[in-house]
Write a protein that binds this ligand. Sequence first.
Ligand code: SF4
Length: 440
Amino acid sequence: MTPPPKTFHVKSFGCQMNVYDGERMGELMAAEGMTATADADAADLVVLNTCHIRERATEKVYSDIGRIRKNARVQGREPMIAVAGCVAQAEGAEIVARAKVDVVVGPQAYHNLPGLVARAASGAPVLDTDMPAESKFGALPRRRRVGPSAFLTVQEGCDKFCTYCVVPYTRGAEVSRRMAAIVDEAKALVDAGAREITLLGQNVNGWRDADRNGLEALIHALDRIEGLARIRYTTSHPNDMTDGLIEAHVSVEKLMPFLHLPVQAGSDRVLKAMNRSHTRDGYLRLIERIRAARPDIALSGDFIVGFPGETDAEFEETLSLVDAVGYAQAFSFKYSPRPGTPAAAMDGAVPAQVMDERLQRLQAALNRDQAAFNAASLGRTCTVLIERKGKLPGQMLGKSPWLQSVHLMTDAGVGDLVEVEVVRADPNSLAGVERVRAAA
Ligand code: SF4
């Protein structure tokens, strides 16, 4: 029998949805009277909110657990450990058996975390990786304290089954939260201090309301919330990028001119092997339509190099697609097999050295385009949402509408919107001078 924990620490890995889930788990435990601590080595309960996307994610979880236990032993303590997130869903009982953790909870069951912790405190480890039909969201407490830029999960799961991806297995089928619940949560976030909300979903633009209206219907509803200044959404699939959603980028001023639209590869053969269900040409034509509607939109993407069987010529097609699009920013990775996915059983593994070379070339091209996008901002005036203090006295950091980091000297506070003239453009950030303070 372990005494019930009084303090907790949540460590989230991976994507923004995990960040959101980690915040919600923290709110659940705070509602039970536990106190958050920033020091994992001082907490009575450590929650590792895991991600299965990166290579060796599972090993990383086991080594983290070992390190936490070792540090605690030195202090004569024995904290409870809970493993949440996608590794918990994928590994389940294996984690309990191998690492002797107290709680394993999947991404669709974390609303049960306080109850699971209470049960584990009275003895045996507990496991909950159910994917219940009832949404967890109704069981979560009202949002009370957030920063100026907040995440809001509106959709979970994915039906696309890209052959390299574990999400359809760890997060389940696509489920959209109801519009009324999302609007309520958005209002609570604004009351709690948010000026910008990023709508999250594994396939966010697959969100549908009860009448099958698309994400633009939700965006129009959120547009009416007083005090909310900015709306963003991520991650989108090209096939769900509808005319209505593109039009929202024109008609909804609060919807920021930024779109994360992964393509993964530039070769039709590789896209087919990935089961991406779109072609290179279809993607490029979609980009043309989006840019015709909203010429200043900043595009972001995801890329995988070295997918099984990818030839030099096919990789060149990825580079030429990058040249054709001109991304403002992007994420790129070497392919690594995820156990249980179809791609993990494919022949044609690309040698590590070839993958390294391809990744370097791709990243050089993406960095070049990001630097060019930032350089084009020089002399431009834009609104910056102040998010936090900078390193220098009087310096604040914020984001431009195009999701660029901007630093400036100002007496504006966190959450203020400031009109800024961009006076310096670096590859990863901009420097600005304050011109006008927008009305609060
Ligand atoms: S669309 Fe995205 S989340 Fe869905 S299977 Fe493909 S990569 Fe995974």
